[in-house]
Design a binder for this molecule. Structure first.
Ligand SMILES: Nc1ccn([C@@H]2O[C@H](COP(=O)(O)O)[C@@H](O)[C@H]2O)c(=O)n1
Ligand SMILES: C[C@@]1(CO)OP(=O)(O)OP(=O)(O)OC[C@H]1O
Length: 159
């Protein structure tokens, strides 16, 4: 069996007047993430990790932020297209482990819904998706609530 690892990282700024989408789920919060798409930073880190594992460049290469077709797009669509790119090379998801850095909102109550949404989009087992949250103890841009960052590690496998 061939096994490959991939890593993804993304940051988006928190601003007023935008919805907050994380892990494919809309959260109630006074600010949202700025971006060309819905700015779901968690899903973007996962897309980059999947593409990196398959050696298929990155999210901006496949879905450029200069293209009108991606303006305000639901990042679940980008995730669905990304996993299909990975499958086109004969790979299947092994597992993924994600960490989101956010001072607020509290993410723990929403993690089961995020895992469910992502598992449905990727057509994988929820058990193969791990999502964790941490603050940065009020330090740095995440600590000042200027933005949210996400890190993702994935394994993909081929028989
Ligand atoms: N946005 C967040 C941040 C953290 N959590 C949960 O709280 C725990 C403690 O966070 P620390 O940054 O103080 O270590 C963390 O392990 C998460 O379980 C959260 O739900 N949402
Ligand atoms: C997703 C894309 C495309 O809409 O736009 P953004 O929402 O700005 O997100 P980013 O993480 O900068 O990644 C790549 C972009 O091409």
């Amino acid at each position: 069996m061939k096994v490959r690892v991939g890593f993804g990282f993304d940051v988006h700024a928190l601003v007023s007047g935008r919805e907050l989408w994380l892990g494919g789920v809309k959260l109630e919060h006074e600010k949202g993430l700025q971006g060309h798409s819905d700015a779901d930073v968690l899903l973007h880190a996962v897309c980059d990790a999947l593409l990196g594992a398959a050696n298929m460049r990155d999210i901006g290469f496949h879905f450029p932020d200069t293209a009108g077709e991606y303006k305000n797009i639901d990042s679940k669509i980008l995730l669905s297209r990304t996993i299909e790119l990975v499958r086109s090379k004969g790979y299947e998801l092994g597992n993924m482990d994600i960490t989101v850095c956010a001072e607020r909102p509290k993410l723990n109550p929403h993690i089961p819904a995020m895992k469910k949404a992502m598992a449905e989009v990727m057509k994988v087992d929820e058990e193969d998706i791990s999502i964790k949250a941490t603050t940065t103890e009020k330090l740095g841009f995440t600590g000042r609530e200027e933005g949210i960052s996400a890190y993702a590690t994935v394994l993909i496998t081929k028989e």
